[in-house]
Write a protein that binds this ligand. Structure first.
Ligand code: GLN
Length: 472
């Protein structure tokens, strides 16, 4: 049987249950695709030698009528998730040979759900970046144009792996757009959950107040399915919620008639590419046709988001990276790349006596204003919007190397994504077609813990689109 690697999670589950294929066949199909394409795309840093064994075990469990939501389904993990006994590098030379002693909570949950772990995917080192080029293991290429274009970052390998059908789904992290941006550049679905919905335990910290733990899938339904497994309280992460959580796959088919959807005017004014605007307008029309009411809204502090993010984030980075002193983990500081050094220096400066008030404290105050902008549109005195839709990136994917010598230009690609992290709200990036052969997507933002509604909207939109399978 060919192309089993093209299947979604849901389809894989059906194939396995109906005995149309085994997990060994499914996993082998992914491993073959990795062998064929990884030398070119560079989506994986490490391929697990245990994948086929795990698949064999899954087949055995299934033949004993064991039922688990991901039993025998091959997935990949961003190489910033700790995996017991499997090298975890954060794509940095500092951790080039680091082998963790325990699994991140999410990894444990995925394993308990029966997933087969194919390996660890490439990223911008320490999750610093928007293009995937800032990896000490070489850049990842956009599978839709492997010669010239970036796949977006920092979860570049996970996005590329799902897009190129090297796996059914993959995990990512999003502190300022690192899931949504690469999802929109690769025609995949990317979820950045509400801060505190998914445990950060065992995931190498970038910016602790911004890091959100999410994933890439081929469909919105798969994204909901995946979140059912990863979400929930974790005693090892005090910021995780105690809320009772819904079944995220429920109500997917409910439609969006009557929902109020806000369009933030600031997002369509700020240096947005004409083609992106056109693509977004088309998506908007579809959403309107599905029966939602479109309302123009204002999020007036949006223009400060990138500046605010690029103070708070490096401040937290400088504190989190201080533990890599060459004594406890991996190699010493001389192994840090330029971007990490830039952020450590910047963050140390913004936290230092005298500058703390002028930069860090100010940025935290602006962060509150950005958060309030959202609260005011979701809960104004007289009823607000249910969700917001906006472009993910102001431009289509750019060429490899194009922004490498200009960090500021690179940072500006995060202009529409950093707001959700600063406010702690969820964002779902959904594919919305192609611009000159390269994918585009838009994001659906909602109040904290509104993931179920975001899936409902994303799913309704997705039904108006044809799923394009990358045939390489
Ligand atoms: N591009 C942003 C940065 O470089 C976002 C990174 C992230 O979300 N991990 O910081």
């Amino acid at each position: 049987m060919n192309n089993l690697n093209n299947l979604t999670i849901k389809q894989s589950y059906e194939y396995l249950n109906k005995k149309k294929c085994s997990s060994v066949e499914l996993t082998s199909s992914c491993l073959e695709q990795i062998e064929k394409l990884n030398p070119e795309i560079n989506a994986f840093i490490t391929v697990s030698e245990l994948a086929l064994d795990e698949a064999r075990k899954a087949d055995e469990l299934r033949s004993n009528n064991q039922e688990l939501p991901l039993l025998g389904i091959p997935i990949a993990l961003k190489d910033i998730y700790m995996t017991k006994g499997l090298r975890t590098t954060a794509a940095s030379n500092v951790l080039r040979d680091y082998i963790p002693q325990y699994d991140a909570t999410v990894v444990r949950k995925l394993k308990e759900a029966g997933a087969v772990i194919l390996g660890k995917t490439n990223l911008d080192a320490w999750a610093h970046g928007s293009s995937g080029e800032n990896s000490d293991f070489g850049p990842t290429k956009n599978p839709w144009d492997r010669e010239y274009y970036v796949p977006g970052g920092s979860s570049s390998g996970s996005a590329a792996a799902v897009a190129a059908n090297l796996c059914a789904a993959a995990t990512g992290t999003d502190a300022g757009g690192s899931i949504r941006l690469p999802a929109s550049f690769t025609d995949t679905v990317g979820l950045k959950p509400t801060y505190g919905l998914v445990s950060r335990y065992g995931i190498i910290a970038m910016a602790s107040s911004l890091d959100s733990i999410g994933h890439f899938t081929k469909t919105v339904e798969d994204s909901a399915l995946f979140l059912n497994i990863t979400a929930g309280n974790d005693p090892f992460d005090a910021t995780t919620t105690n809320k009772e959580l819904p079944d995220y796959t429920k109500d997917l088919h409910k439609g969006i008639r009557g929902l109020k959807i806000g369009i933030p005017k600031e997002y369509l004014a700020m240096g947005i590419d004409k083609k992106i605007k056109e693509n977004f307008d088309n998506a908007l029309r579809q959403i309107e046709e599905l029966g939602a009411e479109i309302i123009e809204i204002s999020l007036p502090h949006t223009k400060y988001a990138v500046a605010c993010y690029y103070i708070i984030q490096p401040s937290e980075v400088s504190s989190n990276l201080a533990r890599y002193d060459g004594i406890r983990f991996g190699n010493d500081r001389s192994y840090f790349g330029d971007e990490a050094v830039r952020r450590i220096i910047l963050g140390t400066f913004t936290l230092s006596a005298g500058y703390y008030e002028a930069y860090y404290k100010k940025a935290m105050q602006v962060r509150t204003l950005i958060k309030r902008d959202f609260e005011q549109v979701f809960n104004p005195p007289a009823g607000g919007v249910d969700a917001i839709i906006a472009p993910v990136s102001p431009t289509p994917p750019w060429k490899l190397g194009e922004k490498l010598d200009n960090p500021l230009r690179m940072y500006l690609s995060d202009i529409f994504t950093t707001t959700a992290n600063l406010a702690g709200i969820p964002g779902l990036s959904v594919p919305s077609g192609f611009i000159n052969g390269l994918p585009a997507g838009f994001q659906i933002l909602g109040p904290q813990f509104s993931e179920k509604l975001l899936f409902q909207i994303g799913h309704a939109f997705e039904q108006t689109q044809e799923r394009k399978i990358l045939d390489i």
